[in-house]
Design a protein around this ligand. Structure first.
Ligand code: CP
Length: 324
């Protein structure tokens, strides 16, 4: 049985196959009728214990475009608020015949626990666990970078060899940063993290990347600059950086963006704190791919669900399958 818990689970071939399949899925999305019958009769459960806009909606759209039945579970308003455990919630979903469970949870390791517990039979997809990982975000980010920096058709079958990616901000609390570092390294990119010293995790020296505290020095050497939100909800209030000081040192404004090479893009996984890590001028500029990343998230998550549930390369090719 296959799951997607960590970006580290993916070999280069796995990752390139997902990105190439996502390209095929994106072509389906361009058709007048956007649905494939591939997962008809299968059930995908979105199990969200933490808030989400993009990830939950795009997994729902992805599953529906593959004709799966979708059950959306949100901890708010469920029996979790009465003290029900992850195990009993999982057993309930199993009784409903879940073929895949897409889980977001505040506890790092919750998706791994679900995948290895034996409580459910279906595939488990990590949609963000605590400060640990968010592998489908890293995949959609890599898909966006490959399209923009390598070229959609030229990129097929390829990774991101030699591309220089800078990730800026609250690395300490960022599951997006960790998954991106792992996946980008697998795909051959060179990653530099830029953050205040207080927002760099212990043990970062063992990550396959470099660390800098000087954003202005790194920008001219970047092909993509990914800005991260300061996650105040995971911080003790005493450690909140002031907005003014943070944005002066680590925020991306128009002047800083001008230091980037002409071809370089600005990325943000969302949600954005406009005025803190990114100004409205940059967020709304043509160089910012934040909205494109959301659209690419649907194609990428279609690819993940298709490969986990629909079979493999020898199964129905999404481009050959009839639409309905
Ligand atoms: N990027 C991301 O995970 O956004 P959501 O929290 O809205 O899902």
């Amino acid at each position: 049985k296959r799951h997607l818990i960590s970006a580290a689970d993916l070999t280069r071939d796995d990752a390139v196959l997902i990105l190439d399949t996502a390209e095929e899925m994106a072509r389906v999305a361009d058709r007048p009728i956007k649905k494939l019958p591939t997962l008809r009769g299968r059930t995908v459960v979105n199990l969200f214990f933490e808030d989400s806009t993009r990830t939950r909606i795009s997994f729902e759209a992805a599953a529906k475009r593959l004709s799966a039945d979708v059950i959306n579970f949100s901890a708010k308003g469920s029996s979790v608020s009465k003290g029900e455990s992850l195990k009993d919630t999982a057993l309930t979903l199993e009784a409903m015949g879940a073929d895949a469970v897409v889980i977001r949870h505040g506890a790092s390791g919750a998706p791994y626990r679900l995948a290895t517990s034996g409580w459910i039979d279906g595939a488990v997809v990590n949609a963000g666990d605590g400060t640990h990982e968010h592998p489908t975000q890293a995949l959609l980010d890599a898909f966006t970078m490959r399209r923009r920096l390598v070229g959609a058709d030229a990129g097929t079958g390829r990774g991101l060899d030699g591309r220089r990616i800078t990730i800026v901000g609250d690395i300490l609390h960022s599951r997006v940063a960790r998954s991106n570092v792992l996946l980008l390294h697998t795909l051959g990119a060179q990653v530099t993290l830029v953050a205040p010293p207080t927002l760099v995790p212990i043990g970062v020296e063992n990550w396959p990347c470099e660390v800098s505290y000087d954003l202005d020095a790194v920008l001219p050497k970047s092909d993509a600059v990914m800005m991260l939100r300061v996650q105040r909800e995971r911080m003790n209030a005493a450690f909140f950086p002031t907005e003014r000081e943070y944005s002066r040192r680590y925020g991306l404004d128009g002047d800083r963006m001008a230091r980037m090479p002409e071809h370089a893009i600005v990325m943000h996984p969302g949600p954005m704190n406009r005025g803190m890590e990114i100004t409205a001028e940059v967020a709304d500029s043509d160089r910012c791919t934040a909205v494109e990343q959301v659209a690419n998230g649907v194609s990428t998550r279609m690819a993940v669900l298709y490969l986990l549930l629909g079979g493999n390369e020898s199964a129905v090719s999404p481009t050959n399958a009839r639409t309905e």
